[in-house]
Design a protein around this ligand. Sequence first.
Ligand code: 2AM
Ligand code: CA
Length: 276
Amino acid sequence: MFLETAKHAAREAGKLIRSRFEADITTEEKSSSFDIVTDVDRASEKLIKDYIMASYPDHSFLGEEESYGDESALHSTLESASKQPYLWIVDPIDGTSNFVHGLPGFCVSIALACYGVLTVGVIYDPLRDILYWAEDGKGAWCGEKPISVSSNANIAECILSTGFSSDLRARRAVLASIQVLGEQCRTIRSFGSAALHLAYVASGKIAAHWQYGLSVWDIAAGVLLVQEAGGKVSNMSGKAYCLTDKDVLASNTEQHSALLAHLQPLAPQPSKVNPF
Ligand code: 2AM
Ligand code: CA
């Protein structure tokens, strides 16, 4: 029931986003020119929120755009997530920079956390009309097909991925990590949507994704997908992912500890990273 709500909302938002791709959009800077929002992000979030809240008026909703700018409210929502029966966590467009520049590589990400436990995760790629989804204990899927992480333990045969958040300290950490890991794997990709990258880890296309300075809406749905597909997601200290984590490594499990050994020392101090 909740899964169907998430899938429907993601598809409807995806239709809206697709209809505005490479059309006239209004773009505004948030914290800097690295960090932007469009009228389509806002319209997509409103569509998703209206649909979910009409279906479940007593549920809680955390959307990227309406949460922007109030760090302490966000922190307290996440800190108290374990007391909330139903918290929807939504990124109305993950990969906004791609969307604005007319590049592929953006999606809608919708997750539901029940008492702090990720229960439903849906990631919809509107350009390719591909829907990734997972439900707690029921596996991960791409459309009608079950998906699983890759089983390759040899990093030299694997593609890894990472991403640049708008925060400079997080960017420097990523650049340092590419310097190290770029010499060890088949190649590194950075498509510009953390959620899509996590869907690619869950479906075995990419062996691992790491990123510093993310927010919960970028990753909540993707975390459940990776976990349900047999992978592992941790923060850079190696602790299992929790909703307040900003620096994450998601992998096929085979290379998790080897990658962490490189990534952990590079992590910026969490309190200094802009959560938006
Ligand atoms: P967005 O498109 O929703 O902003 C790009 O590498 C990825 O990082 C995208 O998923 C992007 O999400 C996210 N991202 C970019 N800057 C960010 C920031 N300051 N905080 C959190 N996530 C960010
Ligand atoms: Ca976004």
